[in-house]
Design a protein. Structure first.
Length: 688
């Protein structure tokens, strides 16, 4: 058997690879590094005497460079007066298009899509993103071609939009927030506060692609229009009108990348079927769609939707011909199993988890969602029928709520990109050669799956104590690797931090359960993520400051309660204080206990402390010199942020800790702090 791609098919893949490589270098402005990959590509094409493709590649890359170069021309003149157009409306932020370039702009004023704005301002770099395990907003901006932000010093005037999109949007608005939310979700794929719970339910079920606008809905709309119009208009005319309506819908969506990709794939397929004498095969159609989308959105391949969509269509195209002879129910099962396998790799890479019941939910929900979308496209412009959207919400909400009871997702944790590449390479090769090397592929696939699910377990230390970067709040996670034990001391975040921050970390870390949760006291910044974690993670035992006993043994962790609820007037003085021991290392967790509590527990502390959680975010109300001199902490962790609400940690506290030679680590400086202990009782610090 020859492992060789077909003639012509190979060149298309080479063109795609060259564009991706060139785009990567263009984004990083490393023009000189284009020489090597392009030279290699031209050599391969010349070696195979494919001169036509040499011309196509050269022309495509030159056009691409020219377009990108012009889009980079700085539009800011010496006068500083600029004219831009609002090209995207987010939650208190906008994209302003100036020339061919878009910029990020944060504002509390209300602007609308298509508004023209004259202003004075200057460019700044995008601010760095937050924690590695949270949504990377800066990466998302880059994937949308946004490289810089605009700081507006003075708005000269705003010209209201007469854009057709805004007119349609205003016409569709309703007084009922649920109706507005459902129209925004089903027609535009936009989430609003009114339907946020429904949206999150579909995220948890692993079938969000069925709910928001995607290629699935474009195909549903195309089939609906084609069926209706071809009964009225001659065949060619019906196709033209159908394509025109699809383009208008694409315009309403502001040429959203996900929808644009789906429309391009559909148009390429229609063009090939109806106009090409020499038909393209599925791989050639895939490559053509990929290139056209990349030309329209140069940074598009960085988006999650782009990666999901083209991975799915590439592998689907190679699988469909093999399952076409099968019965319908067999095709349905195989396709949904295939969708699960393709989506799982990217789900693990981007979301750090895999949902094993999503295959079942796809089969159950697809007919219902298809029906709702068909009705949606029919009634959306008939305002008296908008009451149907409340029914849609009621049906989908309660349906998804029922499915959540049997939902089973597993947190795998963050994986190296090379492992994901191996996973998809095996899937792609399996589509071609599964009949010939069935046992080999199955064996390799099983081994790779084992590596993916055990990778994070194998690389983690024997024991660890992690203080998360949550602002002026507190979350501490303790892990015993060999006994598979996880303990949490507080599950809270500071003002303005994400309500899913802790569960995002647990997903990124590959943690699926917590054996015991201690909530030090009842202040929100120490427990406001608890409800979210309870929905997503198994918590075996939850202990508040008034429901604890004196001592706990959890794996190799020994935890002794030194102080608990005593009905003090100051809630901070009701804080749990826990002295822990793990593999000869002693650590002290103080919550928000004040100097009053410190004086009460001094007699119970006779050994030096290896790790101290500095009380009350480093406030001057705690960490007295008498207390610190007694426990002599070697390492001190402080969870705090010097923001507009609080000034943590206090200089007085830092001075006392330094006076007694404590190594100080702050989350507002070093982000997430990890105290690691190996089997031989040696400790080391890591941050991320």
């Amino acid at each position: 058997m020859r492992f060789q791609l077909q003639k012509f098919h190979q060149q298309w893949f080479l063109i795609v690879i060259s564009f991706v490589i060139s785009e990567l270098f263009i984004i990083n402005k490393l023009y000189y590094m284009l020489f090597l990959p392009l030279s290699l590509l031209f050599f391969l094409l010349y070696w195979q005497r494919q001169f036509w493709y040499i011309f196509l590649v050269g022309l495509g890359v030159i056009l691409h460079l020219v377009i990108t170069k012009f889009s980079w021309q700085p539009p800011f003149h010496q006068s500083g007066i600029l004219t831009g157009k609002i090209s995207y409306v987010g939650n208190h932020y906008y994209f302003i298009k100036i020339g061919l370039k878009e910029y990020y702009y944060v504002a509390n004023i209300t602007l609308h899509l298509g508004d023209k704005i004259n202003f004075q301002g200057y460019l700044t770099n995008l601010s760095t993103s937050g924690n590695i395990y949270q949504f990377n907003f800066k990466y998302w901006l880059h994937s949308n071609g946004i490289e810089q932000a605009i700081k507006i010093q003075k708005i000269i005037n705003i010209q209201a939009s007469n854009d057709l999109r805004e007119t349609v949007s205003n016409y569709l608005k309703d007084q009922d927030v649920i109706i507005n939310g459902m129209i925004s979700l089903l027609l535009y794929g936009e989430r609003t506060a009114a339907v946020n719970t429904l949206y999150n339910n579909f995220v948890c079920l692993g079938v969000l692609h069925l709910l928001v606008v995607s290629g699935y809905h474009i195909n549903v709309l195309f089939l609906l229009l084609n069926k209706l119009l071809k009964r009225i208009i001659p065949r060619q005319g019906s196709w033209i009108l159908t394509c025109g309506i699809l383009l208008f819908y694409l315009y309403l969506l502001n040429f959203d990348l996900t929808t644009l990709k789906a429309v391009i794939i559909l148009f390429v397929s229609l063009f090939n079927t109806n106009f090409c004498k020499k038909k393209f095969n599925h791989n050639q159609r895939w490559c053509a769609s990929f290139l056209l989308t990349l030309l329209a959105y140069p940074s598009g391949f960085l988006t999650v939707g782009f990666i999901y969509g083209f991975s799915m269509t590439l592998l689907f195209a190679n699988l469909w011909s093999k399952i076409r002879p099968l019965a319908y129910w067999q095709q349905l099962l195989i396709l949904n199993g295939f969708i699960f396998l393709v989506a799982s790799g990217w789900n693990i890479y981007f979301n750090f988890s895999v949902n094993f019941t999503s295959v079942l939910f796809n089969i159950i929900l697809t007919p219902l969602i298809a029906f709702i979308y068909i009705i949606n496209f029919i009634i959306v412009f008939i305002k008296p029928l908008h009451l149907c959207y409340t029914w849609f919400y009621f049906i989908l909400y309660h349906y998804s709520l029922g499915l959540l009871k049997i939902n089973f997702a597993w947190n795998v944790g963050a994986l190296n990109f090379a492992i994901i590449c191996c996973y998809y390479l095996l899937l792609l090769l399996a589509c071609y050669y599964i009949k010939h090397l069935k046992k080999v592929f199955i064996s390799l696939f099983v081994i790779l799956i084992g590596v993916m699910f055990s990778f994070n377990f194998l690389v983690k230390p024997a024991y660890s104590i992690t203080m998360l970067n949550v602002g002026n709040g507190q979350t501490i996670i303790m892990e015993d690797k060999w006994h598979s034990k996880v303990i949490a001391f507080d599950l809270g975040v500071g003002y303005g931090a994400s309500s899913t921050l802790v569960s995002d970390y647990l997903r990124w870390k590959g943690i699926n359960w917590i054996n015991m949760v201690f909530i030090s006291h009842r202040h929100d910044d120490h427990n406001n993520n608890l409800s979210d974690v309870q929905k997503k993670i198994w918590i075996f035992k939850l202990l508040n400051n008034d429901s604890v006993t004196e001592k706990y043994q959890i794996g190799d962790f020994t935890l002794q309660v030194l102080h608990h609820f005593e009905n003090a007037g100051d809630e901070n003085n009701n804080s749990l204080v826990i002295l822990g021991t793990i593999n000869k290392h002693h650590f002290l967790l103080m919550g928000d206990a004040s100097k009053t509590v410190e004086n009460k527990i001094l007699n119970f502390l006779w050994q030096p402390i290896d790790l101290l959680q500095v009380s009350h975010h480093g406030s001057k109300s705690a960490s007295s010199e008498e207390f610190i001199s007694k426990i002599k902490p070697k390492t001190c962790f402080i969870s705090g942020a010097n923001d507009n609400h609080h000034k943590f940690p206090a200089p007085q506290t830092l001075n006392i800790l330094k006076q007694y030679h404590c190594q100080i680590y702050q989350t507002n400086i070093s982000h997430n702090l990890v105290y690691n202990i190996n089997e031989s009782a040696k400790s080391y610090l890591t941050t991320f």
